[in-house]
Design a protein around this ligand. Structure first.
Ligand code: SF4
Ligand code: SF4
Length: 134
């Protein structure tokens, strides 16, 4: 399959760029990220393949894969990439997009008193807002 202008303009690529600042089109599939990834054996789609699927606009395959949840955000791949693509940021952006689609789990401002009363750590609250707030 070819990377077309239409594919590159797909919503997920725009959303990823907006959330992470990463341009998945920069990846030229050298595979260094996959070679360096310490958990690649547990993944159903390899790191460089995630980027290729996103380039092709095949967002559903990425959204439904185990890889985005197995990624440990260790940034090893980012340090190896000759194109300065931070794949850990891309994976996080995909997780954020997916979580935002699950409206029922969205953390809302009006829920905060109850959340705070339960003693949720501040880090968890900030993380929740980052993931769920649009
Ligand atoms: S190392 Fe960078 S350019 Fe190479 S496949 Fe991974 S993301 Fe793409
Ligand atoms: S950040 Fe994720 S994809 Fe990159 S090397 Fe670490 S575990 Fe693998």
């Amino acid at each position: 399959m070819k990377v077309t202008t239409e594919n590159l303009r797909s919503n997920i690529i725009k959303d990823i760029a907006e959330i992470s600042g990463e341009n998945v089109a920069e990846c030229y599939q050298c595979g260094k990220c996959t070679a360096a990834c310490p958990v690649n054996q547990a993944m159903d789609i390899l790191p460089h393949q995630v980027l290729r699927l996103l380039q092709l606009g095949l967002a559903d395959e990425v959204m439904n894969c185990k890889t985005i949840w197995i990624c440990a955000s260790c940034f090893t791949c980012a340090g190896r990439c000759p194109r300065d693509v931070d794949l850990a940021n891309v994976m996080e952006a995909v997780r954020v997009i997916l979580l935002r689609k699950r409206d029922s789990t969205m953390l809302k401002a009006e829920d905060m008193p109850e959340v705070l009363a339960k003693g949720m750590p501040e880090q968890g609250i900030v993380s929740g807002f980052r993931k769920y707030a649009k």
